[in-house]
Design a protein around this ligand. Sequence first.
Ligand code: AMX
Length: 439
Amino acid sequence: SSGLKERLQELMPAQQEALKNFKKEHGSKIVDKVTIDQLVGGARSIKCMLWETSLLDPLEGIRFRGYTIPELQKKLPNYSGKPGDEPMPEGLFWLLLTGEIPTKAQVDSLTADLHSRAKLPAHVEPMIRGFPKGMHPMTQLSSAILALQTESVFASEYAKGTSKTKYWEHTYEDMLNLLARLPEVCALIYRCTYFDGKVAPYDSSLDYSGNFCKMLGHDDPAFMELMRLYIVIHSDHEGGNASAHTCHLVGSTLSDPYLSLSACMNALAGPLHGLANQEVLGWLLGLQAQLKEQGKDVTPETITEFAWETLKAGKVIPGYGHAVLRKTDPRYTSQREFALKHLPHDPLFKLVNTVYEVMPGVLTEHGKTKNPYPNVDSHSGVLLKYYGFHHYDFYTVLFGIGRAYGVLAQLFWDRALGLPLERPKSVTSEWLNNFIKNN
Ligand code: AMX
């Protein structure tokens, strides 16, 4: 064992006690009010959920258990041991769960634990191989996670009548088994969708990300580094985003982690959320193709023209804007820095940079979006494409692996803290009209 479970078992009683006492003492204090705009407008920014693993500041961006992305890059163990290399997702997972920065030895033993759990149940591979051509990779991923649910420890223990005080333990087993099995599931989807279906053998001498890349068919160590960064920065973005919230909501019914994560992936598959990263690359390639056809150069002026065409066609600029953020996403910045280090002369990276120079101005002039700056999805495709990973309708699957790390860590605490069924109140338009009449 990696010692992670034992550490969590040590940490839990104090956390449970603290929350219980805090509720008892402060339970009736008011933390927020709700306007009609918010009620109609997607509950934007209403504080109504407990989420321990990360917190998002509109200006500064995300902190994972209090640490910014540059801090994680310095403090979390990396694969090579060389300063400046990217943090390993296994270390981030330890941090998200415990709030503590793990040692390299702890991370390595967690990696080994994940490897030992990776074998897929026999029915999943033939199912993926049998999916119809053209089924979106996110649909395949969500379905495959559901198919893995036959192995849920939580579901089988619940059926046997397990005690509430054991939910955390069954959730722990499920979340590790699930994370461990995602690389092969995703590699199968990738190789079957775009290639001959052959998947490289599992290599437990590598870390999680290294083995995953190898199974995808990408052996370049620089691509493995990118994957480490990619999984880390996509893991968690506090609780209110659609994918995280979905996992938390479905889990609150005591649906097991497989059912909850599959639902989470369906939310991530929407174009306003995780699918935006595939849309971004499509938009950039469309821009390149149109300018080539018209014999024009890529300049701030021609990009501006293309952006206005998109907006006038009633479409959004993918990769720009955010429901919470009001500045450039630090997840964008970290990928930009990766590009500056590894691919400074890549033409598509240069294009992304020029788009970054002009787009905030265009969107400000357009005057609708509250945030004219780029989000995480604006940059990821360019990096992946540079390493020959150009099947962009697969990109959200990679986002999904990252997101699984964050939402499962929180799901563990949902059950460990005994958080209840989530059930906000809805009202009708008639109710609202009566409310206005009477107030
Ligand atoms: N291009 C054009 N218009 C935009 C825009 C963009 N990038 N971002 C927002 N707007 C528009 C909205 O569509 C809305 O228009 P409406 O009043 O006609 O409906 C108006 O600006 C106000 O929106 P907002 O309050 O600023 O944003 P929001 O909280 O409603 O939505 C988001 C946030 C991300 C869905 C939106 O900015 C968007 O559609 N961006 C493009 C898609 C994208 O990149 N999504 C990925 C986000 C990150 C992630 O989840 N992975």
